[in-house]
Design a protein around this ligand. Structure first.
Ligand SMILES: O=P(O)(O)OC[C@H]1O[C@H](OP(=O)(O)OP(=O)(O)O)[C@H](O)[C@@H]1O
Length: 496
């Protein structure tokens, strides 16, 4: 039943018919804290298990519909003695009902060679090469896959890893802190939130002297020598420049008397809580929007997914759902303020709809969304694209037909296809639009059901495009069908 369309969206098929990323970007949070460099005690509420704190949540979950399968990963960077650990402790305290694990970049120091050990006072412990970057990335990756990891235990007296390791369980939130976590590209790429603790150099030096003398048996002259020789140059070269990668910069000098970073920590933890409630893919892709579900929507999905549903019912409920997707998408268009006078003679300050829109349906199933779009946007222009899909889905799809408004480059474009499978057809259609000069940020891709594979394809390749869908299904099977899916949407919608 699927084959002929899956191989070619044959010419002549008729049819009847995503800071958010900005939200935290470069957010400079005025915060306050008078902190000691060793931060809060780690004896916080909940069970402290070395690098992990599980005071809530469940460390072991099954994957599947409605279950999160990836943790939210936060990187906290900043110079030596900047207050990173304190920030982490405060986040952990606020997330007392979640399962949180904390890793320190210091656990991943490389073993010193015999040669280096002989001259240990001249070893640069602040340089990126001092750390086993690959081991950090592997550890994060395993936690991302909700696997148990064995974290090295570094012995600062022997400058080698101890034979034992620390077992860390999968968690809802993973925090990794260290001077270079935002500098290292591989690590940075795995972070869902990047925090930089910005503390004045003199404050940090004072804290470092205090800490190393009091806790590490060092003398002041030695600490200052190491600071001047290694710590400061590495800070200037690697740590300070990594500030630009941060989503949130916490200026530590803005302290209040209680010494808490209340505003910053509240914002961070609120954001994490919001993200934890979202589907994994929404956490990864700020350009993915899933319309909020309710029992009406679930009920309509239940009907269209039922193989026993008749064509008229399928069309009726699919149309209702498609209309919701179209309405939700229109909500992402820009607007201008507009004031009108009501029949009572009072002013109403409202907004004006975005002008210069058009729809583009991917033939054939996308045509099922045209009515919904026309019903919402009077007289909207609608173009069409027909994609020939290669059997293996790896090759770039061929465009068989296209008819688009001549001035499409000046418009916002709503691309319509109810099913986003591998994302091959959608990505090819989007490429056509980009080639025509449409700005990627002005393209919205509308679907009823999206498979994770298609979301990855579109959201990763076109990060400024917005993908709007009503449900995310589980996966694509070996025949490229969305599971559980609706079967062949076009057949069920257009054929009696
Ligand atoms: O994301 P992809 O893997 O490219 O698959 C998604 C495509 O598959 C379905 O179309 P189908 O091939 O059934 O053709 P039709 O629209 O003509 O029914 C659907 O309507 C999308 O166009």
């Amino acid at each position: 039943m699927f084959d002929w369309q899956r191989q070619t969206k044959a010419a002549g098929s008729t049819g009847s018919g995503r800071a958010a990323s900005g939200d935290f970007s470069r957010l400079l949070v005025a915060t306050s804290r008078v902190a000691s460099c060793n931060g809060l005690s780690r004896e916080i509420s909940g069970q402290w298990d070395g690098d992990s704190v599980c005071s809530g949540g469940s460390p072991h979950r099954g994957a599947g519909r409605g279950h999160r399968t990836e943790p939210f990963i936060i990187g906290v960077a900043g110079g030596t003695a900047s207050g990173k650990t304190t920030v982490c402790d405060q986040i952990i305290q606020r997330l007392h009902d979640q399962c949180v694990v904390m890793l320190s970049q210091d656990s991943f120091y490389r073993n010193l060679t015999e040669e280096e050990l002989k001259d240990v006072q001249n070893h640069n412990f602040d340089h990126p090469s001092a750390f086993d970057k690959e081991a950090i990335a592997k550890c994060l990756q395993e936690l991302k896959e909700m696997r148990i990891v064995e974290v090295p235990v570094y012995d600062f007296t022997t400058h080698r890893r101890s034979p034992e390791t620390r077992r860390v369980l999968p968690a809802d939130v993973v925090i990794i802190e260290g001077i270079l976590v935002l500098h290292m590209e591989e690590i940075r790429a795995m972070l869902n939130m990047k925090v930089y603790v910005d503390t004045d150099d003199d404050v940090r030096l004072a804290r470092r002297i205090q800490r190393d003398v009091a806790l590490r048996g060092r003398d002041v002259a030695g600490v200052i020598e190491q600071y001047t020789k290694f710590v400061k140059p590495a800070f200037d070269q690697y740590v300070a420049p990594s500030r630009k990668f941060a989503d949130i910069i916490i200026p530590w000098h803005r302290c209040n008397e209680a010494g808490d970073n209340v505003v910053a920590i509240d914002l961070i933890t609120e954001h994490i809580r919001t993200k934890l409630q979202q589907h994994d893919l929404r956490r990864i892709y700020p350009n993915l929007e899933v319309i909020p579900s309710n029992f009406q929507i679930r009920g309509m999905h239940t009907i269209i997914r039922d193989h026993e549903t008749s064509t008229p019912d399928f069309v009726f409920y699919a149309d209702r759902l498609l209309r919701l997707v179209v309405e939700a998408s229109l909500g992402h268009l820009p607007f201008r303020e507009r004031t009108v006078v009501t029949p009572t003679g009072h002013q109403y300050v409202g907004v004006d709809f975005a002008k210069k829109l058009c729809g583009v349906s991917i033939i054939r199933s996308g045509e099922s969304m045209e009515n919904a779009l026309r019903a919402c946007c009077k007289g909207i222009k609608i173009g069409k694209i027909l994609v020939h899909r290669m059997e293996d889905r790896v090759m770039d799809q061929e465009i068989v037909y296209e008819k688009l408004p001549a001035d499409i480059a000046e418009r916002y474009v709503l691309v319509m296809d109810p099913i986003l499978g591998t994302g091959g057809s959608a990505a090819r259609a989007v490429k056509v639009l980009l080639d025509k000069g449409v700005d990627e940020g002005k393209i919205l891709f509308l679907s009823l059901i999206a498979a994770p594979e298609g979301i990855h394809t579109l959201c990763r390749r076109f990060p400024r495009l917005k993908v709007i869908t009503s449900e995310i299904d589980e996966y694509i099977d070996t025949d490229f069908r969305v599971v559980p899916g609706v079967g062949n949407f076009g057949d069920r919608y257009f054929c009696e």
